[in-house]
Design a protein around this ligand. Structure first.
Ligand SMILES: [Zn+2]
Length: 456
């Protein structure tokens, strides 16, 4: 595992600090985004969330060496290297960095065209403690792929990215930026092309044909890569039988199976025929459902207006007066969440995603909203934190590298004031984020994103 980890050198740190300074004119921020980059760092008096065992370790010391968690123990048990930087974390909780699976670096410009946000979005994700993410489709994945390279080099501060290809769709539907594939051969060719460029997963969109999906799956699986879908015309049953690995927006993608309309009044009866069969099939096929919960209060949050460009702020303020049709709260709370509960209770695998790309709903902040919404739906905070960390890491096959606080893993950590394992709202009190052992100041990162969302 060690061999796969590149610890950013001094040059990269310098680059990060220089870049932070060069963008500070835009953001009127003087504070550095990198707080700690020493080779050896000790977090003292830490309250550690162990998501694997589902327990809290109180009063711990944690040694980070070269970006890796080297040891964890009670004070006195741990040998502290002479040159180590020691940070006292009394009153704070240390959680694994978030690993979330339906993320975007694009934002709707109001005309159904999603524009790349290379400056604000990486900072907003990292500031919130999202240290690893998978994108969920983009109009031009080259932007995401090149941003990933800059982040990996240490030239841009942002989460570790796993990039999904373009929105593969049929010509009959979707958005202007969709990548049209109509048959098996086109599916294979497009998948091969984007895999060569560096995409590690693929997403099919609403009107994809079974032949095209089959081509995508065959090519992706031959390369050991994953396929996910935001389904519309096709049933989840058909996609599952074709070999899809993952389904986005959980059961909203299964409206054909459940004979339910999109975005309007669902009336799913708990004992409706086919529900159990569908859940059993998805569980048997080991298909991961990405849950992207949304609650009406996530939209039009005035405390986030400072992050929007002036034009975007005006657009959001207009939209608040005339809100777009959301999936009714009743459907979310009374139908969708209970379906997910049944799926998980039967052994189904889930991951969480924010899907923040429009309407003043912002990366990072929405990742926290997702955790809060899931707790409101009846899950214990610890269960939800697990979904947002180690469960996400398992989907990306990164469970030996990140997603939990264990010796030998990357020091990808969130430092939060309070106890989010007891009160999930405390997750919002994030102060610091470690990614591969480098400590970033959440407030400074956010400061630098102000006024930019919608522009870049
Ligand atoms: Zn999305």
């Amino acid at each position: 595992m060690r061999s796969t980890i590149s610890y950013p050198g001094k040059l990269s740190i310098l680059l990060l600090i220089l870049l932070a300074k060069s963008f500070s004119g835009l953001a009127q921020s003087k504070s550095p985004i990198v707080l700690y980059y020493q080779k050896e760092i000790v977090l003292q008096n830490a309250r550690i969330v162990d998501v694997v065992k589902g327990i809290i370790l109180e009063g711990q010391s944690l040694l980070i060496a070269n970006g890796i968690i080297k040891s964890i123990g009670k004070p006195g048990e741990l040998a502290i290297p002479a040159n180590a930087k020691v940070i006292d974390l009394r009153g704070k909780t240390v959680l694994p960095g978030l690993v979330m699976l339906h993320e975007h670096f694009n934002y709707n410009n109001g005309a159904g065209v999603w524009q790349f946000q290379p400056i604000s979005f990486p900072k907003l994700y990292l500031a919130a403690g999202v240290t690893t993410l998978r994108t969920a489709g983009a109009e031009n994945p080259m932007y995401d792929l090149n941003l990933k390279r800059e982040i990996d080099k240490g030239a841009v501060a942002g989460p570790r990215m796993f990039v999904t290809g373009p929105m593969f769709n049929d010509e009959s539907g979707g958005f202007l930026g969709d990548f049209i594939i109509s048959n098996n051969e086109e599916g294979r060719k497009a998948t091969a092309f984007w895999a060569e460029k560096g995409c590690t997963s693929f997403k099919v969109y609403s009107d994809i044909s079974p032949e095209a999906l089959k081509g995508v799956i065959e090519e992706a699986h031959a390369r050991g890569l994953m396929v996910t879908g935001h389904l519309g015309k096709m049933s989840c049953t058909e996609a599952a039988n074709l070999g899809i690995d993952n389904i986005e927006h959980s059961f909203l993608s299964c409206s054909v199976d459940l004979s339910l309309p999109w975005n309007s009044n669902w009336n799913l009866q708990p004992d409706q025929e086919g529900v159990n069969e569908l859940i059993d099939l998805l569980v048997a096929k080991n298909i991961v459902m990405t849950i992207t919960p949304f609650s009406d209060s996530d939209f039009g949050n005035p405390s986030l207006f400072d992050y929007l460009s002036l034009d975007e702020r005006k657009r959001v303020e207009r939209l608040i007066k005339n809100p777009p049709p959301f999936l009714p709260k009743e459907v979310n709370d009374k139908q969708l969440r209970p379906l997910e509960k049944r799926f998980i209770q039967k052994g189904g695998r889930v991951a969480l995603g924010a899907d923040a790309a429009d309407l003043g709903i912002l990366p990072g902040f929405q990742n926290h909203n997702v955790l809060v919404t899931m707790v409101k739906a009846g899950w214990a905070p610890m269960e939800v934190i697990k979904m947002a960390t180690i469960d996400g890491a398992k989907v990306l096959k990164l469970q030996n590298e990140t997603g939990s606080i264990e010796i030998g893993k990357l020091a990808d950590l969130m430092i939060v004031s309070g106890r989010p394992d007891q009160n999930i709202e405390d997750i919002r009190n994030i102060e610091m984020v470690f990614k591969k052992g480098i400590g970033y100041d959440s407030k400074a990162l956010r400061e630098q994103a102000k006024g930019l969302v919608g522009r870049h």
